[in-house]
Design a protein around this ligand. Structure first.
Ligand code: NAD
Length: 495
């Protein structure tokens, strides 16, 4: 399939964003890849090819860095108030076009429309939040302990940033990086996941309309992310790598970045425990479990991956969860009735099924779901298992699907040890009416984020990120998110 640049004269209402092939977005222009190759985009609900995007080469990667370098000085010198206004306009345009963007996310990712709508609102919020933060970046001024001089600390944009994002939140994972980078005064090259590139390109057109100058945001898709990323990191003008994705790829990228001593932010995999104590409000815990497990059909890094329920409430919780999970509507994401859409690929379905069969072989009991349906589309049914043993593979690997494994526990120390028995440390959930216990357990769980009596913790105003093998750095929050894209410059002054 050839790509002709005339096709990229996009309709601002986005109604035709999926009916033609997109170009790489480099220096404010849409262009095919240097060798004309494309990547096909698949609708996971039907397995049909819905679009094609260029497959960037090393030459395209070099062009993207060049394009990001051109406006770098102008953008860092743009007054913070002006940068803030442009970011605010991105928020407004995303909000105005929320329905179209949600439909696009649903189409290429498969997630239910209600999840896609939630994602657009969350993604847009990063622009509003960072528009507000962009004008509040400040430095430090103090007297050296010796009394000999003043210490002045200025925070400066770090430089050109390479941003790499996964397919599970095609809009939010991108805006969570782009908005703070632009607020800080950096220019960026985004490489979205090849499974879900359409949202990233649609948003690129929106940024342009909001007033983001050419070259400040560049977007390239490629089927060779390793070599393309390595080529960009090897350019001395690139000073930052911000990655969201699996821990395995994160490790590879950290090694690559180490060759050039490039600052890294890593948002990696998770294995969240969801702990319910006997004194929890059962209905609230079930509501929370449905959100923590089923937002995005379980395809979330923060998804509840292991549900530990105390003996006294265990049976009632397991039965309540079975009823709710079995009642969910499974179908194409774009269907407004759908509550659980398809998984992203056939490979993802196979992995989920392998984990479920492994747990069943080790003695877990399947309460509902647990079998791959026939027919087209990458579907897996909402599944609940109980009596899942600690040695089951799903207790250690990300399930990334609509599967809720329940295990019984007796005491507080026991469940803390179980929760921490993982290399990951991204998110954890605790349900108890005893606030002191909730805070005590929260303090002992090795995790970057805890939701206490809630099924959701993501918020642009709070620092998102993990400990252990779940990552390095934070996104969002007061100062944290922007700080990842800045460097401190210290000036010693005698006055
Ligand atoms: P992935 O690691 O396979 O891919 C993520 C991105 O990295 C994609 O754009 C991919 O093309 C790119 N990539 C793959 N190999 C690369 C390489 N060698 N060099 C450079 N780039 C490369 O992850 P995925 O399957 O797209 O996403 C799911 C994973 O992301 C899960 O592990 C999930 O927990 C994690 N995730 C984490 C967070 C977080 O904030 N911590 C958020 C969402 C998803």
């Amino acid at each position: 399939m050839n790509i002709s640049p005339e096709l990229f004269d996009m309709d601002p209402d986005m109604s035709d964003y999926t009916t033609f092939s997109h170009g790489l977005y480099i220096g404010g222009k849409w262009r095919p890849s240097s060798d004309g190759r494309v990547i096909e985009v698949i609708d996971p609900s039907t397995e049909a090819v819905i679009a094609a995007v260029p497959d960037a080469t090393l030459a395209d990667a070099a062009a993207a860095v060049e394009a990001a370098a051109e406006p770098a000085t102008g953008w860092r010198e743009t007054p913070p108030r002006r940068r803030s206004e442009i970011l605010r306009r991105c928020f407004e345009l995303m909000t105005e076009r929320a329905e179209t963007l949600a439909a696009l996310i649903s189409l290429e990712n498969g997630k239910a429309l209600r999840d896609a709508r939630g994602e657009v609102a969350y993604a847009a919020e990063f622009f509003r939040w960072n528009a507000e933060e962009a004008v509040r970046i400040s430095g430090e001024f103090g007297l050296a302990p010796s009394g000999a001089n003043r210490i002045v600390v200025d925070y400066q944009p770090i430089g050109i940033c390479v941003l790499i994002t996964p397919w599970n939140f095609p809009a939010a994972m991108a805006t969570r990086k782009i908005a703070p980078a632009l607020a800080a005064g950096c220019t960026v090259i985004l490489k979205p996941a090849s499974e879900t590139p359409l949202t990233a390109y649609a948003l690129a057109a929106l940024y342009e309309e909001a007033g983001v100058p050419p070259g400040v945001v560049n977007v390239i898709t490629t089927s060779s992310p390793g070599p393309v990323t390595a080529a960009m990191l090897a350019d001395a003008r690139v000073r930052k790598l911000s990655f969201t994705g699996s821990t395995g790829v994160g490790r590879v990228l950290l090694a690559e970045a180490a060759k050039h001593v490039i600052s890294c932010s890593m948002e990696l995999g998770g294995n969240a425990p969801f702990i319910v104590f006997d004194d929890a409000d059962l209905e609230a815990a079930l509501d929370g479990a449905m959100i923590a497990k089923m937002r995005n059909a379980g395809e979330a890094c923060t998804a509840a991956n292991r549900l530990y329920v105390q003996a006294g409430i265990h049976d009632a919780f397991a039965e309540g969860l079975r009823k709710r999970m079995a009642a969910l509507n499974v179908g194409p994401g774009t269907d407004s009735e759908t509550e659980c859409g398809p998984m992203i690929t056939r490979k993802a379905v196979d992995k989920i099924d392998r984990l479920v069969q492994d747990a069943a072989d080790r003695g877990a009991k399947i309460l509902c779901g647990g079998a791959v349906p026939e027919g087209r589309g990458y579907y897996y049914p909402p599944t609940v298992l109980r009596d899942v043993p600690a040695e089951a593979a799903m207790a250690h690997e990300e399930i990334f699907g609509p599967v809720a494994p329940i295990s019984r526990f007796e005491g507080e120390a026991e469940v803390i040890a179980k929760a921490n028995d993982t290399e990951y440390g991204l998110a954890a959930y605790i349900y108890t009416r005893d606030l002191a216990r909730g805070m005590r357990v929260a303090s002992k769980i090795e995790s970057g984020m805890i939701a206490l009596n809630r099924g959701l913790m993501s918020d642009p105003a709070a620092p998102f990120g993990g400990v252990k093998q779940s990552g390095l750095g934070r996104e969002g929050g007061q100062k944290h998110g922007i700080a990842e894209f800045m460097e401190a410059k210290y000036v010693a002054v005698t006055i």
